[in-house]
Design a protein around this ligand. Structure first.
Ligand code: IPE
Ligand code: IPE
Ligand code: MG
Length: 236
């Protein structure tokens, strides 16, 4: 599908929602939806590379998702561990740099080691930066930043938006230009709440396992109709 886009967002965030409903509609267990959802990341990642997006942040597991039934949480963690093992070498070859945003506490030693290895292996890649928001919560992120700022000895007078940004997990990343949420829910669910202050939101009813390049292009076409003003009265 050829498409001429005037502006391609530099940084896209995706709230990958709707795996459970996708499975339910097929009479399958929720974990089958999570498997399909995790498989789909690869497809969308490729599409992002093809379309020239330089940074992608995907919401994989929130600090609130621990509230789910134990077997769903365990199943999800196993799926993540499996996919890192299977895909890491390919992603590295394709020039993807993997990063993690979120808390590493609470995650098993095995999975933690896998995540750290993936970050280390891919750290010089620059075709696309993939931030994986895993055990991530926007409020937890701000709490962690405030603690680190105090521990570093800053005083009230030092505190600026720039300083806080530097202490977030996303330090050094440009703010997201576009946040896509699948499955139709109209809420942020604690995703990049600081960074997305001026992001454009795009919500589609398509469930995450069905989201593909064509749907991504629809989001980008829609993004191109937005007039971003950042508080000014003129577009920027
Ligand atoms: C998103 O799909 C994946 C995670 C939150 C881990 P859901 O599991 O939330 O799917 P729905 O919203 O129940 O359909
Ligand atoms: C947001 O989806 C978290 C992820 C996609 C990882 P949820 O399904 O957890 O969000 P709520 O509970 O519907 O707000
Ligand atoms: Mg959901």
């Amino acid at each position: 599908m050829g498409v001429a886009l005037e502006r391609v967002p530099q940084h896209v965030g995706i709230i990958m929602d709707g795996n459970g409903r996708w499975a339910q509609r097929r009479g399958l267990p929720r974990l089958a939806g999570h498997r399909a959802g995790v498989e789909n990341i690869r497809r969308v990642l490729r599409a992002c590379v093809e379309l020239g997006i330089k940074m992608l942040t995907i919401y994989a597991f929130s600090t609130e998702n621990w509230r789910r039934p134990e077997d769903e949480v365990q199943g999800l963690l196993n799926i993540f561990a499996g996919v890192i093992g299977r895909e890491l070498e390919d992603l590295h070859r394709e020039g993807v740099q993997l990063r993690h945003i979120g808390r590493l506490e609470g995650i098993s030693e095995g999975l933690k080691a896998q995540v750290l290895r993936a970050i280390e292996l891919t750290r010089h890649n620059d075709r696309l930066i993939l931030n994986i928001a895993f055990n991530y919560g926007g409020r937890a992120e701000i709490v962690d930043a405030v603690k680190a700022i105090i521990q570093a000895g800053y005083t009230a007078d030092d505190v600026t938006e720039e300083l806080i940004s530097r202490y977030l997990y996303t330090a050094g990343c440009p703010d997201p230009d576009l946040i896509i949420r699948t499955s139709g829910e109209l809420r942020t669910s604690n995703f990049l709440i600081w960074q997305a202050a001026y992001a454009e939101y795009y919500v589609t009813p398509v469930l995450w396992p069905d989201f593909n390049k064509e749907e991504l292009i629809k989001a980008l076409v829609d993004y191109n109709t937005r007039e971003r003003r950042f508080g000014d009265i003129r577009p920027r």
